[in-house]
Ligand binder design. Structure first.
Ligand code: R5P
Length: 305
């Protein structure tokens, strides 16, 4: 297997390849004056099983186009198989039609474009809970980013309590609570379809006096969700509020907004390049997901004794 570092690979390809003791190359990449991307692999991939590593943080559309172009190039220059490791899968939040809005189920379209560009294996982490990944025709593997993220907090919390801002994050809060050996709660939030403003509409009765409250989510984008949850935790007596999310998009002034809401520490992973937080390297999780997939594929194709 040969790993290819895409323009937004962020060093992940090299890290996974070295864990699996396999090869890694960098793609060539440039942007024309009018904004078009030019990416390519040269002739290095003929006959090889190729895994393109490309995250899709802003500019999401450009990152996705680069991925599709690389996959097409790999396929048409003779790669025997083309897979993609997409640490952060953009558009996964656009997983249904929202009431009062005219919006496409964009993740389905993105996955169909992956099918068309020849990608037959997709490895990602913490996609949005309801993302209909079944639109992807090949094999999908979700690497476990939540357990190592939770474990990274073990030495930083005293008397912890975990809060999920909405039902979509309840699986994440349960894993955190198990790892940290504490209780958790799940709130209900609402986002205004037009303004994007977040409001907590339901919360259980909680006494968080003296507790280190860990607010967990799959991602932090504008920060609105964590900000509202942190404010509620503070109102209920939290001593400290810590934010932990797999994908730290941290758009605009998100970092400052979290700090202003009383969040003392931010934890995330290296699915996205972000330096102002405690970052957990999850290349090992991607490597084991890919290693398991390869072993299963070999077992399936081995002749029966
Ligand atoms: C939404 O369903 C997601 O799980 C996150 O809660 C959301 O995307 C976070 O966005 P923001 O930081 O803009 O509130």
């Amino acid at each position: 297997m040969l790993f290819v570092e895409g323009p937004a690979g962020g060093g992940m390809a090299e890290a996974i390849a070295s864990r699996l003791s396999t090869g890694c190359i960098k793609c060539s990449s440039k942007v024309f004056p009018d904004g078009e991307s030019e990416v390519g692999l040269g002739s290095a991939v003929a006959g090889q099983e190729v895994m393109i590593v490309q995250s899709t943080y802003p500019l999401q559309d450009k990152r996705l186009i680069e991925l599709f172009l690389l996959a097409e190039d790999a396929k048409s220059t003779g790669a025997s198989k083309v897979g993609a490791v997409v640490p952060y899968l953009a558009y996964a939040r656009q997983d249904r039609r929202f009431e009062g809005k005219a919006n496409a189920v964009s993740i389905s379209a993105i996955l169909q474009m992956m099918n068309c560009s020849g990608i037959t294996t997709l490895v990602t982490a913490a996609p949005h809970k309801n993302a209909p990944l079944s639109a992807f025709k090949g094999t999908v593997k979700v690497a476990d980013a939540i357990t190592p993220l939770a474990m990274s907090l073990l030495n930083d919390v005293r008397a912890p309590f975990v809060i999920a801002p909405d039902k979509g994050a309840s699986g994440i809060s349960e894993t955190f609570a198990r790892v940290l050996g504490c209780d958790s709660a799940c709130l209900e939030k609402e986002r205004d379809a037009l303004t994007g403003k977040v409001r907590i509409v339901d919360a259980p009765k909680l006494d968080l006096s003296g507790r280190d409250v860990v607010v967990v989510d799959d991602m932090i984008s504008t920060g609105g969700t964590v900000v509202e949850t942190a404010k509620l935790a503070k109102e209920k007596g939290a001593k400290r509020v810590i934010a932990a999310a797999v994908h730290l998009l941290m758009v605009g002034d998100a970092h400052q907004r979290l700090k202003d809401a009383g969040v003392s520490e931010i934890y995330g992973t290296n699915t996205i390049q972000y330096s102002k937080a405690h970052i957990v390297d999850i290349s090992g999780q991607f490597a084991s997901a890919i290693g398991n997939m390869s072993r299963n594929a070999k077992q399936k194709s081995a002749p029966h004794a």
